[in-house]
Design a protein around this ligand. Structure first.
Ligand SMILES: C[S@@+](CC[C@H](N)C(=O)[O-])C[C@H]1O[C@@H](n2cnc3c(N)ncnc32)[C@H](O)[C@@H]1O
Length: 213
């Protein structure tokens, strides 16, 4: 299997942005109603979510394996005037994780066709949530309709399967949203289609026995 860092650096090495630069819709909708605090964006890519969070009052740590992605995100942060609100850190989240506790830990489409130890990483993400904080995982629930046969044969974990991986204690966590939702989208050739996203939103109770403040 290809080296993960090499793969993602190449992915972000072209002349053009890969993503839209806008925040992911579920992240904006869900966090828009929260009081801002400290946020951790796992697999931040070109920084659309990190910028949106910073512009909405959050102090953000944004992490990616790819230096090319982080450089693009840092440039976008500079252009948006939010460099003081975002700290960019390079981590291979299969082997290292940022320090600290956060009011929001977000993993948006943290999928990879190359090595990524998602299960321990998602459990580590839950541990990084402060008391009264939230863990938001948004995953692809299915391949897009315009994807090739190989992607359509792939099993995408359901929201319940991801929840099971987290092994959380419901005395400590409130399950806010565990569901699959549809979203209208446009394919690479302009074709309209419907995407399926899995949303896992957990709230760590304020009186949590295990979360350090
Ligand atoms: C599908 S993209 C999603 C990017 C962004 N969250 C978004 O929604 O636009 C997955 C991201 O995870 C990052 N990534 C993949 N494997 C990683 C790893 N082991 N450690 C840290 N980041 C990783 C990739 O570089 C990429 O930016």
């Amino acid at each position: 299997m290809r080296d993960a860092r090499e793969f993602w650096d190449e992915f972000y090495s072209g002349d053009h942005s890969v993503w839209s630069g806008r925040a992911n819709a579920h992240l904006a909708e869900i966090t828009g109603g929260l009081s801002p605090g400290r946020a951790l964006d796992l697999g931040c890519g070109e920084g659309g979510d990190a910028l949106w969070l910073a512009e909405n009052g959050w102090q953000v740590v944004a992490v990616d394996i790819s230096n090319n992605a982080l450089a693009r995100a840092a440039t976008a942060a500079q252009q948006a005037g939010v460099t003081a609100q975002i700290r960019f850190e390079r981590h291979d989240l299969s082997t290292s994780f940022p320090a600290g506790r956060f009011d929001l830990v977000s993993a948006q489409f943290l999928h990879s066709p190359v090595q990524l130890d998602r299960e321990p990483l998602l459990r580590r993400a839950a541990e990084a949530v402060a008391a009264d904080g939230r863990l938001l995982i948004v995953d692809h629930g299915a391949a897009p309709p315009w994807a090739g046969e190989h992607a359509r044969e792939h099993h995408f974990a359901t929201a319940d399967e991801v929840l099971a991986v987290l092994s959380i204690d419901e005395a400590e966590w409130e399950l806010v949203r565990i569901e699959a939702v549809q979203r209208a989208a446009t394919g690479p050739d302009g074709q309209p289609g419907t995407l399926l996203d899995n949303i896992i939103l957990l709230h760590r109770r304020a009186q949590s026995p295990h979360a350090a403040l």
